[in-house]
Design a protein around this ligand. Structure first.
Ligand SMILES: *Cc1c(COP(=O)(O)O)cnc(C)c1O
Length: 404
């Protein structure tokens, strides 16, 4: 007699049981992450688990995620163009509005041409593999974002070399070592996404010019945050025309979703022909594109939100310094580095109990002994909210022995 048939569900869970051991390991090492949904809109105050929580973890730097102009633009675009692009761009998925956004972005970023991708993540996938191959070398900062690391991995045939974080002597020695490479690409975050420090772009550009290397900056946390009207890190340093490729995101300060590559017309054309996220994945629906256009219009016309963001940042950092928890960063991205993953998780948990959302960032996102709670200041935070955050850190700093 044959055994009773196993249901497909039971069979599947049995085959995937090995994952449970991995989950237990993550939990044992304080590295396990769970999703924590909130109700309503993304903002300075959110509703979570039935209570009001102050949100100090979002990348919504300018509070644009629910700005009336961005929302109205999306609604109008749905009425005008529907909800989907219908195909990849190279087939029949390029709507007039996609090109309009790219032309606007090129003017905004003071470059020849841009190409918009679904996200900052896919923008890196679109930018690097098409231009780097056999006999080329990609030279990458040790703390670059995961999407750069993955894009480098996908650049078949190219070799890679990592230099110590923002160490210009190390960068130069790597450049010298690869003197005979066909092409060299230096790639760096503009604002480092876990520490909030700014790349030493003037030095990087000078070294690139001396050693004939291409320079690429991933400015996800600089877009809408640094430079005149949020034009980014390149503008912040006055380096227009000297950085070859800039990747930016519209998913953070710009409040919507999307990534872009800002460079030359030739770079745009090569990506249209070779970038796999463009060739094999459908672009944004028109509503998202319209929100992005509205966001750039807003940045261009008014920098009061940026002023507020930086005012809040200075206020918060001064407060944290005064309680003995100085923040070592140059931007609104404020890491509170505590050491072990366990300590970071504990701090995050206690903050939450006190009504403050500050996400713990642990290995492998950061080094195992540099776990932290990453606080991100937004233009939408009010002074009483900033005060409450600082006061809570003071209380927990004593409780968890963090104060210096
Ligand atoms: C967030 C981030 C990205 C990814 O951007 P998305 O638009 O969220 O995909 C890429 N690079 C860096 C440096 C980032 O911080």
């Amino acid at each position: 007699m044959s055994p009773a048939p196993t249901t497909p569900d039971a069979l599947e869970s049995h085959r995937l049981d090995f994952l449970k051991d991995e989950i237990q390991r993550l939990k044992d090492e304080n590295l396990y992450q769970a999703l924590q949904p909130f109700e309503g809109m993304q903002g300075a105050e959110i509703q979570m688990e039935g209570r009001a929580i102050l949100n100090f973890s979002s990348n919504n730097y300018l509070g644009l995620t629910n700005h009336p102009k961005l929302m109205a633009a999306a609604k109008q675009a749905i009425d005008d163009y529907g909800v989907g692009a219908g195909a990849v761009r190279t087939i029949i998925g390029t709507m007039r509005i996609h090109n309009e956004l790219e032309e606007k972005l090129a003017r905004f970023k003071h470059c020849e041409a841009t190409l918009v991708l679904q996200s900052g993540f896919t923008a890196n996938m679109a930018a690097i593999p098409p231009i780097m191959g056999e006999n080329d070398v990609i030279i990458s900062d040790a703390l670059n974002h995961a999407s750069i690391i993955d894009a480098v991995r996908l650049s078949r045939g190219a070799s890679k070399d990592i230099y110590a974080h923002s160490d210009m002597a190390a960068l130069e020695s790597v450049l010298k070592k690869h003197k005979s490479a066909r092409r060299k690409l230096i790639v760096t975050d503009g604002v480092f996404s876990m520490d909030g420090d700014i790349a030493k772009l003037p030095e990087i550009v000078a070294l690139a010019e001396k050693h004939n290397a291409i320079v690429m900056v991933d400015d996800a946390h600089g877009s809408g945050v640094l430079g005149s009207h949020g034009r980014g890190t390149v503008d912040h340093f006055g380096l227009h025309g000297r950085v070859d490729i800039v990747v930016g995101t519209m998913s953070k300060a710009l409040g919507a979703m999307g990534g872009y590559v800002a460079s030359t017309q030739a770079m745009r054309e090569i990506m249209i022909n070779k970038a796999r996220p463009l060739l094999f994945s459908t672009p944004h629906p028109p509503s998202v594109v319209a929100s992005c256009i509205a966001a750039i219009d807003l940045l261009e016309s008014d920098d009061s939100l940026m002023q507020k963001l930086w005012y809040n940042t200075r206020y918060f950092k001064a407060g944290m310094k005064s309680i003995g928890l100085p923040i070592e960063s140059e931007t609104p991205l404020c890491p509170v580095i505590v050491g072990t993953s366990e300590k970071a998780q504990r701090l995050s948990q206690r903050l939450f109990e006190e009504g403050i959302f500050g996400r713990a960032i642990v290995y492998p996102t950061v080094a195992a002994d540099r776990a932290r709670v990453r606080i991100i200041i937004n233009a939408g935070h009010t002074q009483p909210q900033l005060d409450r955050c600082i006061e809570t850190f003071e209380k927990l700093g004593k409780e968890l022995d963090l104060l210096r």
